[in-house]
Ligand binder design. Structure first.
Ligand code: ADP
Ligand code: MG
Length: 238
Protein backbone atom coordinates (compact mmCIF):
# COMPACT_ATOMS: atom_id res chain seq x y z
CA UNK A 1 0.00 0.00 0.00
CA UNK A 2 1.60 3.21 -1.16
CA UNK A 3 -0.65 5.85 0.35
CA UNK A 4 1.20 8.93 1.64
CA UNK A 5 0.00 11.13 4.49
CA UNK A 6 1.52 14.40 5.65
CA UNK A 7 0.41 15.87 8.93
CA UNK A 8 1.36 19.48 9.80
CA UNK A 9 4.68 19.04 8.02
CA UNK A 10 7.12 21.95 8.19
CA UNK A 11 10.65 22.67 6.98
CA UNK A 12 13.03 25.32 8.26
CA UNK A 13 16.34 26.11 6.59
CA UNK A 14 18.00 28.08 9.40
CA UNK A 15 15.71 31.02 10.05
CA UNK A 16 13.81 30.54 6.79
CA UNK A 17 10.47 28.78 7.00
CA UNK A 18 10.10 27.06 3.62
CA UNK A 19 7.25 24.58 4.28
CA UNK A 20 4.79 26.06 6.72
CA UNK A 21 2.45 23.27 7.77
CA UNK A 22 1.26 20.93 5.04
CA UNK A 23 -1.60 18.46 5.53
CA UNK A 24 -2.04 16.13 2.60
CA UNK A 25 -3.32 12.65 1.77
CA UNK A 26 -2.29 10.88 -1.42
CA UNK A 27 -4.20 7.64 -2.03
CA UNK A 28 -2.60 4.35 -2.99
CA UNK A 29 -2.14 4.22 -6.77
CA UNK A 30 -2.87 7.89 -7.29
CA UNK A 31 -0.96 10.09 -9.74
CA UNK A 32 -0.51 13.26 -7.70
CA UNK A 33 1.03 16.40 -9.20
CA UNK A 34 2.56 19.24 -7.16
CA UNK A 35 2.40 22.55 -9.01
CA UNK A 36 3.24 26.10 -8.05
CA UNK A 37 5.62 28.92 -8.87
CA UNK A 38 9.37 28.64 -8.60
CA UNK A 39 10.53 28.69 -4.98
CA UNK A 40 7.15 27.69 -3.46
CA UNK A 41 8.64 24.53 -1.94
CA UNK A 42 7.72 21.75 -4.39
CA UNK A 43 11.17 20.15 -4.45
CA UNK A 44 11.64 20.54 -0.71
CA UNK A 45 8.34 18.78 -0.01
CA UNK A 46 9.20 15.96 -2.41
CA UNK A 47 12.69 15.58 -0.93
CA UNK A 48 11.17 15.32 2.54
CA UNK A 49 8.89 12.50 1.33
CA UNK A 50 11.97 10.84 -0.22
CA UNK A 51 13.92 11.20 3.02
CA UNK A 52 16.57 13.39 1.38
CA UNK A 53 15.68 16.31 3.67
CA UNK A 54 14.83 16.06 7.37
CA UNK A 55 11.31 17.01 8.39
CA UNK A 56 11.51 19.91 10.87
CA UNK A 57 8.16 19.14 12.49
CA UNK A 58 5.04 17.16 11.74
CA UNK A 59 4.52 13.59 10.64
CA UNK A 60 4.92 11.57 7.42
CA UNK A 61 3.31 8.18 6.84
CA UNK A 62 3.83 5.91 3.84
CA UNK A 63 1.71 2.79 3.51
CA UNK A 64 0.34 3.53 6.98
CA UNK A 65 3.79 3.41 8.60
CA UNK A 66 5.41 6.35 10.35
CA UNK A 67 8.37 7.34 8.15
CA UNK A 68 9.08 10.73 9.71
CA UNK A 69 12.53 9.72 10.97
CA UNK A 70 13.18 6.70 8.74
CA UNK A 71 16.12 6.76 6.30
CA UNK A 72 15.52 7.05 2.55
CA UNK A 73 16.44 3.43 1.75
CA UNK A 74 13.77 2.09 4.15
CA UNK A 75 10.85 4.13 2.84
CA UNK A 76 10.00 2.09 -0.25
CA UNK A 77 10.22 5.19 -2.43
CA UNK A 78 12.31 5.85 -5.54
CA UNK A 79 13.09 9.25 -6.97
CA UNK A 80 13.60 10.14 -10.64
CA UNK A 81 15.69 13.26 -11.01
CA UNK A 82 15.63 15.96 -13.65
CA UNK A 83 19.35 15.85 -14.36
CA UNK A 84 19.43 12.16 -15.08
CA UNK A 85 22.58 11.62 -13.01
CA UNK A 86 23.58 8.52 -14.95
CA UNK A 87 27.06 7.05 -14.51
CA UNK A 88 28.86 7.86 -17.79
CA UNK A 89 31.30 4.93 -17.61
CA UNK A 90 28.58 2.31 -17.06
CA UNK A 91 26.32 0.72 -19.65
CA UNK A 92 22.56 1.20 -19.60
CA UNK A 93 22.12 -2.21 -17.95
CA UNK A 94 24.73 -1.41 -15.29
CA UNK A 95 23.14 1.98 -14.64
CA UNK A 96 19.71 0.42 -14.20
CA UNK A 97 20.95 -2.33 -11.91
CA UNK A 98 23.46 -0.32 -9.89
CA UNK A 99 21.24 0.46 -6.91
CA UNK A 100 20.14 -3.16 -6.63
CA UNK A 101 23.71 -4.46 -6.75
CA UNK A 102 24.68 -2.01 -4.02
CA UNK A 103 21.91 -3.33 -1.79
CA UNK A 104 23.12 -6.90 -2.13
CA UNK A 105 20.70 -8.41 -4.65
CA UNK A 106 22.00 -11.46 -6.51
CA UNK A 107 23.33 -11.15 -10.05
CA UNK A 108 20.41 -13.18 -11.39
CA UNK A 109 17.85 -11.06 -9.59
CA UNK A 110 19.46 -7.85 -10.86
CA UNK A 111 19.52 -9.22 -14.43
CA UNK A 112 15.89 -10.33 -14.21
CA UNK A 113 14.60 -7.02 -12.88
CA UNK A 114 16.76 -5.02 -15.33
CA UNK A 115 15.32 -7.00 -18.25
CA UNK A 116 11.75 -6.37 -17.06
CA UNK A 117 12.38 -2.63 -16.70
CA UNK A 118 14.13 -2.45 -20.07
CA UNK A 119 11.19 -4.22 -21.70
CA UNK A 120 8.73 -1.81 -20.09
CA UNK A 121 10.72 1.22 -21.23
CA UNK A 122 11.70 -0.01 -24.70
CA UNK A 123 15.38 0.02 -23.74
CA UNK A 124 16.14 -3.60 -24.62
CA UNK A 125 18.24 -2.85 -27.73
CA UNK A 126 20.27 -0.27 -25.79
CA UNK A 127 21.33 -2.22 -22.71
CA UNK A 128 25.01 -2.36 -23.74
CA UNK A 129 25.31 1.31 -24.71
CA UNK A 130 26.84 4.07 -22.62
CA UNK A 131 24.69 7.10 -21.66
CA UNK A 132 26.64 9.28 -24.14
CA UNK A 133 25.27 7.08 -26.96
CA UNK A 134 21.65 7.76 -25.99
CA UNK A 135 19.18 10.51 -26.84
CA UNK A 136 17.76 12.75 -24.11
CA UNK A 137 14.54 10.77 -23.98
CA UNK A 138 16.39 7.47 -23.74
CA UNK A 139 18.53 8.79 -20.88
CA UNK A 140 15.41 9.86 -19.07
CA UNK A 141 14.01 6.35 -19.54
CA UNK A 142 17.17 4.86 -18.02
CA UNK A 143 16.67 7.14 -15.01
CA UNK A 144 13.10 5.85 -14.71
CA UNK A 145 14.39 2.28 -15.12
CA UNK A 146 16.64 2.74 -12.11
CA UNK A 147 13.56 3.58 -10.07
CA UNK A 148 11.42 0.74 -11.49
CA UNK A 149 13.88 -2.05 -10.61
CA UNK A 150 13.56 -1.16 -6.96
CA UNK A 151 9.83 -2.01 -6.97
CA UNK A 152 8.99 1.09 -4.93
CA UNK A 153 5.61 1.69 -3.25
CA UNK A 154 5.90 5.31 -4.37
CA UNK A 155 7.64 6.94 -7.33
CA UNK A 156 8.77 10.54 -6.94
CA UNK A 157 9.53 12.72 -9.97
CA UNK A 158 11.04 16.22 -9.73
CA UNK A 159 10.47 18.04 -13.02
CA UNK A 160 11.76 15.04 -14.96
CA UNK A 161 11.04 16.49 -18.38
CA UNK A 162 12.26 20.06 -18.04
CA UNK A 163 15.56 19.38 -19.84
CA UNK A 164 13.83 17.89 -22.88
CA UNK A 165 12.62 19.72 -25.97
CA UNK A 166 8.91 20.34 -26.44
CA UNK A 167 8.00 17.39 -28.66
CA UNK A 168 9.96 14.92 -26.56
CA UNK A 169 8.29 16.31 -23.46
CA UNK A 170 4.88 15.47 -24.89
CA UNK A 171 6.05 11.96 -25.78
CA UNK A 172 7.59 11.29 -22.36
CA UNK A 173 4.50 12.64 -20.64
CA UNK A 174 2.46 9.98 -22.43
CA UNK A 175 5.03 7.30 -21.54
CA UNK A 176 5.01 8.17 -17.86
CA UNK A 177 1.20 8.12 -17.81
CA UNK A 178 1.30 4.71 -19.51
CA UNK A 179 3.81 3.48 -16.93
CA UNK A 180 1.42 4.58 -14.19
CA UNK A 181 -1.43 2.69 -15.86
CA UNK A 182 0.72 -0.44 -16.13
CA UNK A 183 2.16 -0.37 -12.60
CA UNK A 184 -0.70 1.29 -10.69
CA UNK A 185 1.86 2.51 -8.18
CA UNK A 186 1.48 5.81 -6.33
CA UNK A 187 3.35 8.55 -8.18
CA UNK A 188 4.10 12.08 -7.01
CA UNK A 189 5.18 14.34 -9.81
CA UNK A 190 6.50 17.89 -9.45
CA UNK A 191 6.18 20.32 -12.33
CA UNK A 192 5.70 24.00 -12.99
CA UNK A 193 4.02 23.12 -16.29
CA UNK A 194 0.23 23.52 -16.09
CA UNK A 195 -0.36 21.35 -19.16
CA UNK A 196 1.56 18.46 -17.59
CA UNK A 197 -0.45 18.88 -14.41
CA UNK A 198 -3.81 18.99 -16.17
CA UNK A 199 -3.14 16.05 -18.49
CA UNK A 200 -1.34 13.66 -16.12
CA UNK A 201 -2.84 14.16 -12.67
CA UNK A 202 -5.55 12.32 -10.78
CA UNK A 203 -5.01 14.91 -8.06
CA UNK A 204 -3.33 18.31 -8.28
CA UNK A 205 -1.82 20.01 -5.24
CA UNK A 206 -1.32 23.74 -5.80
CA UNK A 207 1.42 25.13 -3.57
CA UNK A 208 2.24 28.73 -2.82
CA UNK A 209 4.73 30.09 -0.31
CA UNK A 210 5.21 26.77 1.48
CA UNK A 211 1.47 26.14 1.94
CA UNK A 212 -1.16 24.11 0.12
CA UNK A 213 -3.40 26.56 -1.69
CA UNK A 214 -5.87 24.01 -3.07
CA UNK A 215 -6.16 20.27 -3.74
CA UNK A 216 -8.46 18.71 -6.32
CA UNK A 217 -8.84 16.88 -9.58
CA UNK A 218 -7.85 18.80 -12.73
CA UNK A 219 -11.54 19.41 -13.48
CA UNK A 220 -12.33 20.60 -9.96
CA UNK A 221 -9.47 23.08 -10.00
CA UNK A 222 -10.37 24.24 -13.47
CA UNK A 223 -14.05 24.78 -12.76
CA UNK A 224 -13.90 25.75 -9.10
CA UNK A 225 -10.60 27.46 -8.38
CA UNK A 226 -10.60 28.70 -4.80
CA UNK A 227 -9.07 32.05 -5.69
CA UNK A 228 -7.46 34.13 -8.42
CA UNK A 229 -4.05 32.59 -7.78
CA UNK A 230 -5.27 29.05 -8.49
CA UNK A 231 -7.38 30.26 -11.41
CA UNK A 232 -4.40 32.01 -12.92
CA UNK A 233 -2.18 29.04 -12.35
CA UNK A 234 -4.48 26.38 -13.71
CA UNK A 235 -5.55 28.55 -16.60
CA UNK A 236 -9.32 28.65 -16.18
CA UNK A 237 -10.85 31.62 -18.01
CA UNK A 238 -12.51 32.97 -14.82
P1 ADP B 1 10.56 24.84 -5.90
O1 ADP B 1 11.00 23.44 -6.13
O2 ADP B 1 9.08 24.98 -5.73
O3 ADP B 1 11.08 25.80 -6.93
P2 ADP B 1 12.27 24.65 -3.56
O4 ADP B 1 11.64 23.60 -2.73
O5 ADP B 1 13.47 24.29 -4.35
O6 ADP B 1 11.18 25.34 -4.50
O7 ADP B 1 12.68 25.87 -2.63
C1 ADP B 1 11.78 26.47 -1.74
C2 ADP B 1 12.50 27.55 -0.97
O8 ADP B 1 13.45 26.95 -0.11
C3 ADP B 1 13.26 28.53 -1.85
O9 ADP B 1 13.13 29.81 -1.29
C4 ADP B 1 14.68 28.03 -1.75
O10 ADP B 1 15.58 29.09 -1.92
C5 ADP B 1 14.74 27.47 -0.35
N1 ADP B 1 15.70 26.38 -0.20
C6 ADP B 1 15.66 25.21 -0.85
N2 ADP B 1 16.68 24.41 -0.48
C7 ADP B 1 17.39 25.09 0.45
C8 ADP B 1 18.56 24.83 1.22
N3 ADP B 1 19.20 23.64 1.14
N4 ADP B 1 18.97 25.78 2.08
C9 ADP B 1 18.32 26.96 2.19
N5 ADP B 1 17.22 27.29 1.50
C10 ADP B 1 16.74 26.37 0.64
MG1 MG C 1 12.11 22.55 -7.66
Amino acid sequence: MGNVTLNRVTKQFGAASVIKGVDLTIEDGEFCVFVGPSGCGKSTLLRMIAGLEDISSGELKIGGNDMTRVGPAERGVAMVFQSYALYPHMTVAENIGFGLRMTGHSKDEVARRTATAAEMLQLKPMLDRKPSQLSGGQRQRVAIGRAIVRNPQVFLFDEPLSNLDASLRVQMRTEISKLHQDLRTTMIYVTHDQVEAMTMADKIVVLQGGLVEQVGSPLELYHRPKNIFVAGFIGSPK
